[in-house]
Design a protein around this ligand. Structure first.
Ligand SMILES: Cc1cc2nc3c(=O)[nH]c(=O)nc-3n(C[C@H](O)[C@H](O)[C@H](O)COP(=O)(O)O)c2cc1C
Length: 154
């Protein structure tokens, strides 16, 4: 059975809500074992040990360009990793931000996207981002959900 781990980094609850929606959708696909939790509970070693699992991250940017507090440990750990220190894990990321924060739009999610691309290369499903200032967020999230479901069917 394919394992899928969904981790959300939230301050106000938006990414948590989306994470649970995605979890429900994936749970309806019978061959998946889905877990959904705050990124604060993410065990970094599971990225190293379980390269067959799919790791999904839903990351909000808050505080004028900061990662949510719940992501501090994960963020610091990831940013300090050197080339070659992660195996080729399966992952994808959805970033949540608001384009009214022009200078720091999606800053935290983009930092994670770039770091993982540097460390392990391409994501198994395209990383996407949604803008909470418009209906774009729901539309993009449902597109990303479809891409993830396609990826899980293979
Ligand atoms: C105090 C505050 C600061 C924010 N700063 C940024 C920012 O710098 N960049 C960005 O893209 N979005 C920013 N946002 C928008 C959030 O990403 C957006 O509201 C998102 O839906 C919050 O998700 P959450 O409920 O999962 O924490 C900020 C929101 C708040 C309330």
């Amino acid at each position: 059975m394919m394992k899928v781990s969904i981790s959300y980094a939230t301050q106000g609850g938006t990414s948590e809500l989306f994470a649970h929606q995605l979890s429900n959708e994936l749970n309806s696909m019978n061959h998946l074992e889905v877990s959904c939790a705050s990124i604060a509970e993410f065990e970094e070693q599971s990225l190293v040990g379980n390269t067959n699992d799919l790791n999904l991250f839903i990351i909000s940017t808050v505080g004028g360009g900061e990662p949510p507090e719940s992501m501090t440990d994960f963020y610091d750990w990831l940013m300090d990793l050197e080339a070659g220190s992660l195996p080729s894990i399966k992952y994808s990321i959805f970033g949540i931000g608001n384009s009214n924060y022009k200078e720091t739009y999606q800053k935290a999610s983009r930092a994670v996207i770039h770091k993982l691309a540097d460390l392990v290369g391409c994501s198994v499903a395209p990383c996407m981002e949604g803008d909470a200032s418009t209906a774009d967020l729901d539309i993009k999230f449902s597109k990303w959900t479809d891409l993830i479901k396609q990826c899980c069917q293979q």
